[in-house]
Structures are given as C-alpha cells and as structure tokens.
Design a protein around this ligand. Structure first.
Ligand SMILES: *[C@@H]1O[C@H](CO)[C@@H](O)[C@H](O)[C@H]1NC(C)=O
Length: 396
C-alpha cells in the first residue's frame, strides 16, 4: 500500500465512518441521584419560574388609558381684616382641567389691587441706594420686580431703594403663612375616572367597576382596608398613604403620584382584572439644605377698577399637584411564545447529561473506569470476539 493511498483512506474514514452513541448503564445511587436532581432543578426552573412566575407562554400588550378627575369640597378662610371667604373648586383647582394631573391650592400669598405704576423695589443688597446715582434708568434685573426708573426713593422710614416701573404694590412673598390657609383641603375628595384598553386583546375597562352602582358611588370613599374599589379619594388619605402629613405638605406644596396599576392576566382561568392603587410623593421632601422646597407658581386675575384702570390680583399659589400615572401590561396565552419557550426548556433538559457526565468523571470513586468505559476506540479489523472485551472490564 503506497503512502498516498493510506492518507486517502484516512480522509475516507474521517468523512464516512459512522458514529453511534452507546448507552452505558451505571448502577450507582449517588450518580443516579445527581442526574435526577439536576433534571429536577431544570424542571423546577421551567415550570416554576418560566411558566408560573414569568408566564412566558403569554403574549403581552401595554395599557392605553385616559384619566379625568373631579375635585369637590369647600374651605373657609378667615383673614383678620376681611369677612370670611369661601373657596370652592373653581377657586382652588388651577387650571380647571388638566392632563393626568390636578393642582389643588392649599396656601397662597395674595397681592390685591396691583396696577402698572412706580414703587420702591424690595430691599436687598443690590437694590438699596443712597441717592439717584446708585440706580440705573432702564436697568432690569430678572430677579428683581421691574424696570428701574433711575430714582432712589424711600421704601420705609429707614431704607431707601431704587424705584421700579412694575405692578405695584409689589408682592412680599416672605409673608407665607406657616399654617396652610386652605387647611380644610384635607377633607376635599377627588373622583378619578380612568378608562383603559388593551387593544391587542380588545379588552376595555373603567376603574368604576361594573358591579358599582351610582348610589354606592355617591357615598363611598377609598380605603385600602374596607373600600379598595371606590374611585373617590379623600386628599388626606392619599397623602398619608404616601407616608406624608397633609398639613405639613400643604404649607409649601409638593407633587404626589397616584399610581394605578392595571397589570392583568387575561386568561380565563386567571382572576379578575382590577386596578391597584398606590401613592407616593414624587418631589423631594427635604431638598439639600432646604433650598427651594415644595411647589408653587403665580397667576393673576385681571379686572378694571371703577376709574377704568387695569388692575389685577396676583396670587402666588402653593399646593399639591396630584399626578396620575397609569401603567400595566396584560398577558394572554399565545401559541408562538409557548412553542418558543417549550423549545428552550427541552434544550435545557438536554444539558442535564453533560452535567451528570462531568459529575461522573470528576466526583465518583470509579471515575477512571467510567472514563474508559464511556468511549471505546475500535480498530477497523478487530474481530468480533474482541468487541466483547467491554464486558470484561466490569470484572477487573
Ligand atoms: C375634616 O373632617 C373631619 C371630620 O369630618 C373634621 O374633624 C376635621 O376638622 C376636618 N378638617 C378640617 C381641617 O377642617
């Protein structure tokens, strides 16, 4: 036989030799236990985690939602120099309607009867002056109150400041009451109407549940323990569920999240699909060094004075903004994810023998014997009798 012919035969062997797995049965309790245990872990993972916890057999869809709200309640304020003033919803909800959020005013600094005129700027190191030379005509500081006229005038008996052209008298917002003026807001109620849909499953629902009738809706109030389905919330309850004190928060204002979770399993064997409410404060209650805490903004109401002059009432409003956040994912049995995850589970099971073999070849006492038995190398011209030598190993 020439050398090249031998080489060629090697190639042929490589391409055309047939390989077949041979089953080795090992009656070893520890090994058998390791194998079954690994198998059990894989089945536990597939059934427990993939199917039960992750519900990987489902197709999922995200929620689409709309929210409308209605706040109700009255408050009476008692400014010393005025008659009691009644506040209703049109006074304290600003703006009257919003997108997924409601602002309820709880505290304020009111500056009435402002007109376009000239007055002394509020005193600060950059606005106090001794004579007109300290003031610049036409200069406006964005943090100031208006445009300077170039005159230095008396702010009080002892202080002189630059005069400004502005809405006068100026607002003095350091006089914020330390007890919320609309303290009664804690008893206001808010009705939240939330309609959702999962378009992929053609599923529609409201947070006013089908079994609720209008007489129940007239008298119910949300309570996690007794009335978890009622969509009417007392503001104080919401704030305390978020772990805050209403009167505390009402002084400087803040932002509070009303979170509605519509996560549902829509398979017929699963439970009903109800919203779950939770509440949390979204702004920082104690900002670093207590700089710029709370939430406030200004707005004005304009009117014409009897003499025809344009006049306004400026209100710096402090209050709680309720942000309504709706989220959720619905799942329903789907054939495609089921097949995909079944395939993944089966391929995991096929890894079990690899683990058991590793255990057999490293951790058992007879690992050398098992190693020899596991693979048998056979020469082509071995006679039939020699093949039986595999059994003779067992008696070694
Ligand atoms: C809110 O209502 C309760 C009970 O009706 C009452 O005791 C409480 O004084 C009210 N709160 C305010 C600030 O008016």
């Amino acid at each position: 036989m020439s050398k090249s012919a031998g080489f060629c035969q090697g190639c042929l062997h490589y391409v055309f030799d047939y390989e077949t797995p041979k089953t080795l049965v090992i009656p070893n309790i520890r090994l058998g236990f390791a194998f079954r245990f690994t198998q059990f872990l894989v089945v536990l993972y597939v059934v427990g985690y993939v199917c039960v916890v992750q519900k990987a057999y489902q197709v999922t869809d995200s929620v689409i939602s709309s929210v409308t709200t209605k706040v109700k309640g009255f408050a009476l304020t008692n400014a010393s120099d005025m008659d009691p003033r009644l506040w209703d919803v049109a006074d304290y909800v600003i703006p009257p309607q919003g997108d997924h959020s409601v602002f309820v005013m709880t505290n304020m600094v009111v500056t009435p009867e402002q007109t376009q005129s000239r007055c002394a700027e509020l005193p600060s190191p950059s606005t106090t002056c001794t004579d007109d030379c300290d003031c610049r005509e036409g200069y406006s500081d964005p943090r100031g109150s208006g445009i300077q006229t170039g005159l230095c005038v008396n702010y009080s008996l002892t202080v002189q400041t630059c005069e400004v052209l502005s809405w006068c008298p100026l607002e003095i917002d350091t006089e914020l009451p330390q007890r919320a003026q609309l303290a009664a807001a804690e008893n206001f109620t808010m009705l939240i109407k939330n309609s959702i849909t999962y378009p992929m499953f053609k599923f529609y629902r409201r947070n006013i549940l089908p079994h609720v009738n209008s007489s129940y809706l007239k008298r119910c109030k949300f309570s996690r323990a007794t009335d978890p389905d009622c969509p009417i919330f007392r503001l104080k309850d919401i704030v305390s569920e978020a772990g805050e004190d209403f009167q505390d928060m009402a002084v400087k204002g803040g932002v509070l999240g009303i979170i509605i979770d519509w996560s549902c399993d829509l398979d017929w064997w699963a439970g009903k699909c109800y919203p779950k409410y939770s509440f949390r404060r979204l702004d920082n209650k104690h900002p670093d060094n207590n700089v710029a805490p709370g939430y406030n903004f200004r707005f004005a109401k304009y009117y014409k004075a009897p003499d025809g002059e344009e006049t306004r009432t400026l209100i710096k409003a402090y209050g709680i903004r309720f942000d309504i956040i709706v989220f959720g994912t619905a799942g329903k049995f789907g054939i495609v994810p089921t097949i995909v995850n079944l395939g993944a589970a089966l391929s995991f099971l096929s890894l079990v023998p690899v683990v058991s073999d590793w255990f057999m070849l490293t951790c058992t006492r007879k690992r050398d014997l098992y190693g020899k038995l596991k693979a048998t190398y056979m020469a082509e011209d071995t006679v039939a009798e020699d093949v039986s030598m595999g059994t003779s190993y067992g008696t070694q």
